[in-house]
Design a protein around this ligand. Structure first.
Ligand SMILES: *Cc1c(COP(=O)(O)O)cnc(C)c1O
Length: 681
């Protein structure tokens, strides 16, 4: 096999995306092309420089990576005995060159798929092809967010069309209303896992239906229910057509919950009674809910729902009322819409939220579905989210971790050795990572559509804030009291600087206004150059920010952040979280490994304006009395001992506990491998 063929095979499995040495090879092939295509390896291979391909040392490295990939694929992981899992989700965040994600839900699904691969849990994931993905963000001269949807050429993606033995595409048909829609599937390899991407942009589908699998979260509720029918019903049919034989069905968030109905249809078709079918489906399904935000739960008017289900209903042989009852809290209420989360909760016996607090909140939120139970017995548990460490750890950090904390990717105890690392080494580690971020931000800032001219200082305390600009995340909270905020930036001896990134959903005018506002602040004379907004938040910007920022600021309105994961990516790099006690942070924070904002009480705040005042005040006070001293008080050797102590504490405890490895293990052991799933509710 030629070097080029080996490189193509490496590029064809996303395993490469969490192997720094593989990434290096692709970059070397053609750094300009690689950088200009969101680090797309197939493009780099296509435009390889011949002098690199003929270099002996390069060839030796390709061989080594190729051999490692083959070894990875041919060995079983430690959880290979787990049942075969079909995992459904609307979005997947796997790499910046595959824009199949909008935010945390997608990143989580991508990390889940990768960690399942590492552990050997046999998993096939299902999603939509989304060739135009989620939008690319840029700014106009007023600092307003603009959206662009560049379609990816199929040849630039590491996918293969699923074909049968005679070389024809494997297809399945699903009805939207009375309109039959044909789906084909693209297969993406993610280590040992597979991701099946459904595509309806083909003949013989009528033109006005073909866009349905092209863009993520674009369009009205009719588009949305259609996409969800394709994902849930079409997705399961496709798995059958591909010959997959899953033993458990994991529905990740309500978008895909029609899987449950399609399983019902299959059981009913075997002659089972409705009760038997329901029992079987519940015994084989896991449903994960991700948000207490009401708008995050798709609800469809019964007219729209029945219209889109008009043909499917006859396949199910169920009355309108019976069908609707699966998505209604009160089946007798004919005005109640059909809610996807309720469908998921009704057809899965194991259901969970994504942090301890979120589990509690979800039990209260859905208590009305289980009126006979006290709220603590509502059958919704929790598995706290975690991040795929190999994906989110900076390549710069790896040699240090490999040499000082051997086993850091798999072994929680490896992290205890952080106590043996001398202070000055830890500080140098932090400094190098911050410096790399500053260089990246300087360059990105200058190159973006609406250029910024950052004058960031590699020795100044750097705060990172990057996430979707959903309003509950309160991106501009830091500037609640402009005067106080400015004083921090302008301080002579203890200054700070901030880097922002994030997209608002194109239909979210308040979120877009937050972006414009922060952009405007970057032009404020007292903040200019020290407050930077990077365009087009994606996984690459994410990786840079979570590795380089000293402080990761997270100030959602409690308890709306179901878990949050960006802060989990920070600790491995010695960064510290400064967060509302929401989502995962009440489980992570122990008083010594970062900072909290506000109180850890379930008491809902009275008035959002009061909450903003209080939380902003808390942020300023904590900065002044704790964070700035920890960073700027130095000993004789110029080491901030206070900071180093907290950094050690964070590194000892957080990276493994909030890793996707721990998370998938929890799902596997507590949910997937349970022989006979208990039947709640
Ligand atoms: C980690 C990550 C997220 C999730 O961020 P939260 O802080 O959990 O909302 C979203 N987008 C990208 C690109 C990420 O890397």
């Amino acid at each position: 096999m030629t070097t080029r063929q080996k490189l193509k095979q490496i590029a064809a499995n996303l395993w490469w995306s969490w192997q720094p040495d593989a990434i290096d090879l692709f970059r070397q092939l053609n750094p300009d092309v690689f950088g200009a295509t969101d680090n797309n390896p197939l493009r780099a291979v296509k435009h390889s420089r011949s002098e690199v391909l003929s270099d002996t040392e390069f060839n030796r490295k390709v061989d080594a990576v190729y051999t490692r990939l083959q070894a990875y694929l041919s060995t079983d992981g430690e959880l290979a005995a787990a049942p075969r899992i079909a995992y459904f989700c609307m979005e997947y965040g796997l790499h910046e060159s595959l824009p199949l994600y909008s935010g945390g839900l997608g990143i989580l699904a991508g990390d889940h798929t990768k960690a399942a691969s590492d552990l050997g849990v046999p998993l096939t994931a299902v999603g939509l092809f989304l060739r135009e993905g989620y939008f690319k963000q840029y700014f106009n001269e007023k600092g307003q967010q603009q959206a662009d949807y560049p379609a990816k050429p199929v040849t630039s993606l590491p996918i293969e069309l699923a074909e049968n033995d005679s070389g024809d595409p494997i297809t399945v048909t699903v009805h939207l209303g009375h309109q039959p829609i044909v789906l084909r599937a693209w297969i993406l390899s993610v280590g040992r896992s597979r991701l099946v991407l459904l595509d309806c942009d083909i003949d013989p589908n009528p033109f006005q239906y073909r866009y349905l699998t092209r863009r993520l979260y674009a369009g009205d509720t009719r588009t949305r229910i259609r996409q969800e029918i394709l994902l849930g019903i079409g997705g399961l049919r496709m798995l059958r057509a591909l010959g997959e034989e899953p033993e458990r069905y994991h529905m990740n968030e309500g978008h895909c919950a029609f899987v449950g109905l399609e399983l019902m249809r299959e059981r009913l078709a075997t002659g089972q009674s409705r009760d038997e079918a329901e029992q079987w489906v519940r015994d084989h399904c896991i449903f994960t809910t991700h948000t207490p935000v009401k708008a995050g739960h798709d609800r469809f008017d019964s007219d729209l729902f029945l219209d889109q289900m008009s043909h499917y209903r006859s396949e199910l042989a169920m009355s309108d009322g019976d069908l609707l009852s699966y998505g209604r809290a009160n089946p007798a209420d004919v005005s109640e819409p059909f809610t996807m989360t309720i469908l998921g909760l009704r057809l899965a016996s194991i259901t969970n939220g994504v942090s301890r607090l979120n589990g509690e909140v979800a039990r209260a939120q859905w208590h009305h579905l289980f009126p006979e139970k006290p709220v603590e017995q509502v059958p919704i548990g929790h598995v706290t989210n975690g991040v795929h460490l190999p994906t989110w750890t900076s390549p710069l950090a790896r040699p240090f971790l490999d040499s000082r904390l051997p086993g850091w990717l798999e072994d929680p105890d490896a992290w205890l050795n952080v106590d043996q690392i001398p202070d000055n080494e830890l500080w140098e580690y932090r400094r190098q990572l911050r410096k790399a971020l500053i260089e990246f931000a300087q360059e990105r800032g200058r190159k973006q559509t609406l250029p910024q001219n950052p004058s960031l200082d590699p020795d100044v305390l750097t705060i990172g804030f990057a996430r979707r600009f959903a309003t509950y995340k309160r991106a501009p909270l830091f500037f609640h009291d402009m005067q106080r905020a400015i004083e921090f930036f302008a301080s002579e001896d203890r200054p700070l600087q901030m880097i922002y990134a994030g997209k608002a959903h194109p239909a979210d005018s308040s979120g877009k206004e937050f972006i414009r506002h922060i952009y405007e602040l970057t032009q404020h004379p007292a903040l200019h150059g020290r407050l930077v907004f990077l365009e087009n938040y994606d996984m690459e910007i994410g990786r840079m920010l979570v590795s380089g920022a000293d402080v990761w600021l997270n100030n959602p309105r409690r308890p709306y952040e179901a878990s949050g994961t960006s802060g989990q990516k920070v600790a491995v790099h010695g960064g510290l979280n400064f967060s509302i006690l929401d989502g995962w942070w009440p489980e992570g924070f122990d008083g010594t490994n970062g900072w909290s904002i506000g109180m850890d009480s379930s008491a809902a705040y009275m008035d959002p304006a009061v909450q903003d005042d209080q939380d902003a005040g808390f942020i300023y006070d904590t900065l002044e009395t704790s964070i700035l001293p920890a960073f700027y008080d130095r000993n004789g050797g110029q080491i901030p001992e206070g900071w180093i102590t907290m950094m050690r504490s964070a590194m000892r405890k957080l990276p493994y506990q909030f890793s996707a490895r721990r998370m998938v293990r929890d799902y596997a052991v507590n949910y997937y491998m349970v022989e006979a799933l208990p039947t709640g509710g």
